[in-house]
Design a protein around this ligand. Structure first.
Ligand SMILES: NC(=O)CC[C@H](N)C(=O)O
Length: 364
């Protein structure tokens, strides 16, 4: 039986659709992503914690879900809003449909809404909090949204980060394989998979680990992971990154990792109006003028003025809005990107950055 569900934005705008997935209410920052495929990777990407995700691509679920495309051990979004849900998926890897997947993960979805209209609304107004509900009226939902904490005031990193130190599978690697100490702020599995495929052992640390704990495994390099929420809330992680930079170890920072490196050197981040989420963001490498097509998922960006005279320099910019997309330190072996070289979903064009990291670790 089809059950009505609505998405209510904090400003009172309401979009009517039908319930799928778990039948329950959910609250989160409402964001859109423009990748045409990769919904399973997005649903399990910890950087979407606290958010209601809307893919702009209208057909979702066509190839089902499978055991290989998880980017963390659970669904991370608060809710999922689609134009059309495919109930007859077809793919050689397909193990289940999107409806069952959301039900098992206890995540509510809504289908049958005009996702294009919602996207245009968010583009002109900026992202805002919203609620998925099957029971409440619009008025009750708006009232409820007034009582919940805003997305930007919550530390979701503590929620999604590993609770204990662990080693990624390193079976078959030689004893002298380089070790990477990874600070898990909401990491995607593909970062560990790619480091492993480049011959690295990876030791994963909780977001609350100290620099001393990470350096105690004598890593060849430090990886700072992506993760959810406002980087300006994360004083503890910025302090850890600052101490790690003082070790002189090679360091690569991805997305939230990039933002925390800016903070470690005294810089700041600001909130973008509606973020960058998708698989085709053009990024220019300022060293050679080359333009890369990149996967992105972020709502904040480094303030370029704030990193003047800090030792950091901007290496990449986004060609849509000229925001900072990459940095390096002028004297220390540190480089960062605001986009996702690990793709998942998105183009693998930027894998070469992992090779750059390998070279810095002297392991190429
Ligand atoms: N994927 C990420 O690391 C995102 C970083 C940060 N939470 C932002 O939204 O900008």
């Amino acid at each position: 039986m089809i059950k009505r569900a609505i998405l209510v934005l904090a400003d009172g705008t309401v979009y009517e659709g039908n319930s799928f997935g778990a039948e329950k209410d959910a609250v989160g920052e409402v964001v859109f992503a423009t990748s045409m495929t990769g919904y399973q990777e997005m649903l399990t990407d910890p950087s979407f914690a606290g958010q209601i995700l809307i893919p702009t691509f209208p057909l979702i679920g066509n190839y089902g879900v499978n055991p290989a495309d998880w980017e963390s051990d659970r669904l991370q979004v608060r809710g999922f809003v689609v134009r059309e849900e495919c109930t007859q998926p077809s793919n050689y890897q397909c193990a289940a449909g999107i409806d069952d997947y959301l039900k098992q993960g206890d995540i509510p979805g809504v289908w049958g809404l005009d996702t294009r209209a919602i996207t245009r609304k968010l583009r002109s107004h900026g992202v805002m909090m919203g609620m998925i509900t099957t029971e409440k009226t619009t008025g009750q939902a708006v009232e409820y949204l007034r009582t919940v904490p805003d997305y930007g005031t919550t530390d979701f990193v503590r929620e999604v980060s590993t609770k204990a130190v662990y080693d990624w599978d390193s079976a078959g690697l030689p004893a002298e394989a380089p070790r990477v100490a990874l600070l898990d702020l909401g990491c995607k599995f593909n970062i560990m998979r790619i480091l492993r495929s480049h011959g690295c052992r990876v030791t994963v640390f909780p977001c609350t680990a100290t620099a001393a704990e990470m350096l105690a495994v004598n890593p060849s390099g430090i990886m700072l992971s992506p993760g959810p929420g406002d980087p300006e809330l994360l004083d503890y992680a910025a302090a850890t990154v600052k101490t790690l930079t003082e070790s002189g170890k090679p360091m690569m920072g991805i997305c939230l990792g990039n933002q925390l490196v800016a903070r470690a050197f005294g810089g700041r981040n600001f909130k973008l109006k509606f973020g960058h989420r998708g698989g085709n963001h053009p990024v220019k490498d300022l060293a050679n003028g080359r333009v890369h097509i990149t996967a992105q998922n972020h709502g904040y960006a480094v303030d370029p003025e704030s990193i003047r005279n800090t030792g950091l320099e901007i290496t990449h910019i986004n060609l849509n809005d000229n925001t900072v997309e990459g940095m390096r330190h002028q004297t220390l072996p540190i480089f960062t990107i605001q986009y996702h070289s690990e793709a998942s979903p998105g183009p693998l064009d930027n894998i070469y950055l992992f090779e750059q990291f390998m070279e810095m670790m002297g392991a190429q």
